[in-house]
Design a protein around this ligand. Structure first.
Ligand SMILES: [Fe+2]
Length: 481
C-alpha cells in the first residue's frame, strides 16, 4: 500500500450537530468562546491567556466518589468574589422553601388546579415564581418544592443563583432564554432544563408571556435512572441532553445579583455582568433535553406497569430506590395490552405525586386535568380513574391504540408535600375535584359470573373463543383446552 491509497479523513469544522450545544449528560465538556482561552493539560496555569482568572465551581464535595464527582473549571474576566458585595435580605413572598407549613391550609387531600392565569403585573423569573408545595427541609438538603412560574418581563442587569437547589424547569407556554455563566440555553414547551446549584444566570422572555413548572431539588442531583434489564438504550438517552457552548459578556453596568440561600433571598450590587466565563471545562453544567426524544418502554402483552417505567430523571435519597424526586413523563405511546384495564389503576402511594399537564388529555382523567393545570395526590391518599375513565376502559375494544396528543409529567417525592397559602387560597383550586370519584358505583352483588367489564373472549389454541378466566390469560404456557 502506498500513500496514494489512503483516503483523506474528513474532519468536523469544530461545530456541533446542534449549533450552540454539546451533547451528553454528565459529560466532561470543554468549550471556549475565544481561541486559546481554555488551558490545555492543566487547570491552573501561572498566567491564563487573555488575563483570565481560573476558578473552580464544585457541584459535589471534593471527596465525592469519582463516578459522582462534579466540578467545572471556569476561565473568567473577573473571579466570582468580584460578583458579590455586601448582602441585603429581600422578600420574594411567593417563593417558599421547606419546611413551610401554613397553619390554616389543609395539605391532606386530593387536589387539582386549573392553570394559574396571567395578570397584567410585570413579573420576572424571580417575582413570578409561585410556590405550590414544599417537602423536606432546605437546610438539611433533603426534599423539594414545586412551583409555577409566570413570566412577563425579562431580567435586565439582574442575575440570580440558588445556593439551595438545582432547578428542573418544565415550560408549558412561551419560550425562555437562560443566559448563564456557562452559556445560553433557549427553552420551549416540550423541553426541560436543569440549572445546577450555584450557577449564575439571567432569564429573558423570547416571546409572549411564559408559564411553566419548576421542581426545586434541595437534595442530591438529578441523574439518569438505571435501566436494568432494559439495557443500554431507550428511555432518556444521554446524547439527547445538551449543554451550552461557552458564551460571555463584558458589560460594565450597575447590576444586581439575587441569591437564594437557606430559603431566604439576598441581594448584592455590583458594577458589571457576572456572566463573564470565556472558557470552561468540566462535568457540572446546565443542560436541556427535548422530551420528544424520550423513548417510552411499556407492557407489550398484558397489565399496566408501575409509572416508574417512564422515569426521565431521578434524584436519589439516602434510601436506595426511594427517590428524593423522580421526574416522570407520560407522553404519546401505543397501548397494546390484552385483557387489561389500561389506564393507571386505583392506587395509594407512600410517595407524593405532583402532576402537571403540558398539553393534551391524560388517560386517567379525560376531563378536568387541563393543559397548564396541576394535581396533587399526597402521601397515602387514594386516587385513580374517574368513573368515565373506568367505564370506558373496562368496556373498550382492546385494539392496539395510540395515545396521542398527551404530555403530562410527575414530580414524585418520598416526602409529603405541604401546600402553600398561594396553592390553598389564591391559585384556581378545583373545589369539586374530590367529587370525580363520587359516582363510581358498587357493582358487587355476590354473583361471580356476570360479564364484569365485558371482557373480550380469548382464543384457544384451536382458535375457539373461550370466555376470559384467570386460567386463560395470554401468558399461560400450557393450553387448558
Ligand atoms: Fe399514583
Amino acid at each position: 500500500m502506498n500513500d496514494l491509497d489512503i483516503s483523506p479523513m474528513v474532519q468536523a469544522d469544530g461545530g456541533t450537530t446542534t449549533p450552540g450545544y454539546m451533547p451528553g449528560f454528565g459529560n466532561d465538556y470543554e468549550t471556549e468562546a475565544l481561541p486559546g482561552a481554555l488551558p490545555q493539560g492543566m487547570n491552573s496555569p501561572q498566567k491564563c491567556n487573555y488575563g483570565l482568572y481560573g476558578e473552580q465551581l464544585s457541584g459535589t464535595a471534593f471527596t465525592a466518589p469519582s463516578h459522582q464527582n462534579e466540578r467545572t473549571w471556569c476561565y473568567r474576566i473577573r473571579p466570582s468574589v468580584k460578583h458579590s458585595h455586601r448582602y441585603q435580605k429581600i422578600d420574594l413572598p411567593y417563593w417558599k422553601s421547606a419546611p413551610h407549613i401554613a397553619p390554616d391550609v389543609t395539605s391532606l387531600g386530593q387536589y387539582r388546579w386549573d392553570p394559574v392565569p396571567h395578570t397584567d403585573a410585570p413579573l420576572t423569573w424571580l417575582t413570578g415564581m409561585r410556590t405550590m408545595t414544599t417537602a423536606g427541609d432546605v437546610n438539611t438538603q433533603v426534599g423539594m418544592a414545586s412551583h409555577i412560574y409566570l413570566v412577563t418581563q425579562s431580567m435586565v442587569d439582574s442575575y440570580f443563583y440558588s445556593a439551595d437547589s438545582e432547578l428542573l424547569v418544565v415550560p408549558q407556554e412561551g419560550r425562555l432564554r437562560f443566559c448563564t455563566e456557562l452559556g445560553i440555553i433557549d427553552l420551549e414547551p416540550k423541553e426541560i432544563a436543569i440549572l445546577p446549584r450555584g450557577l449564575v444566570y439571567r432569564v429573558e422572555l423570547l416571546d409572549g408571556p411564559a408559564r411553566g413548572f419548576v421542581c426545586e431539588n434541595y437534595g442530591q442531583k438529578f441523574e439518569l435512572p438505571g435501566r436494568g434489564p432494559i439495557g443500554a438504550n431507550c428511555m432518556a438517552n444521554r446524547r439527547d441532553f445538551k449543554a451550552p457552548v461557552a458564551a460571555f459578556e463584558d458589560r460594565e453596568e450597575p447590576s444586581t445579583v439575587t441569591i437564594k440561600w437557606c430559603g431566604q433571598f439576598h441581594e448584592t450590587r455590583i458594577g458589571h455582568s457576572p456572566l463573564d466565563v470565556v472558557a470552561w471545562h468540566g462535568n457540572y453544567a446546565p443542560v436541556k433535553y427535548d422530551m420528544r426524544n424520550y423513548c417510552p418502554i411499556g407492557a407489550i402483552l398484558f397489565d399496566h406497569p408501575d409509572p416508574s417505567i417512564f422515569t426521565v430523571l431521578t434524584a436519589p435519597s439516602s434510601s436506595p430506590g426511594t427517590a428524593n424526586i423522580d421526574f416522570v413523563l407520560f407522553r404519546e405511546r401505543w397501548m397494546t395490552m390484552e385483557n387489561t384495564f389500561r389506564p393507571p389503576w386505583y392506587h395509594k402511594n407512600v410517595m407524593s405525586e405532583m402532576m402537571g399537564n403540558i398539553y393534551g388529555q391524560y388517560d386517567a382523567k379525560p376531563q378536568g386535568f387541563v393543559a397548564g393545570g396541576l394535581s396533587l395526590h399526597n402521601m397515602m391518599l387514594p386516587h385513580g380513574p374517574d368513573r368515565t375513565a373506568f367505564e370506558a376502559a373496562s368496556n373498550a375494544d382492546l385494539k392496539p391504540e395510540k395515545l396521542d396528543n398527551t404530555m403530562s409529567f410527575m414530580f414524585e417525592t418520598r416526602f409529603p408535600q405541604h401546600l402553600t397559602e398561594f396553592a390553598g387560597k389564591e391559585a384556581p383550586l378545583q373545589d369539586d375535584y374530590i367529587d370525580c370519584w363520587a359516582n363510581i358505583e358498587k357493582k358487587f352483588d355476590g354473583t361471580p359470573d356476570k360479564k364484569w367489564g365485558a371482557r373480550r373472549p380469548q382464543l384457544s389454541c384451536r382458535g375457539i373463543e373461550r370466555p376470559w378466566s384467570p386460567e386463560t390469560r395470554p401468558l399461560e404456557k400450557k393450553c387448558h383446552c
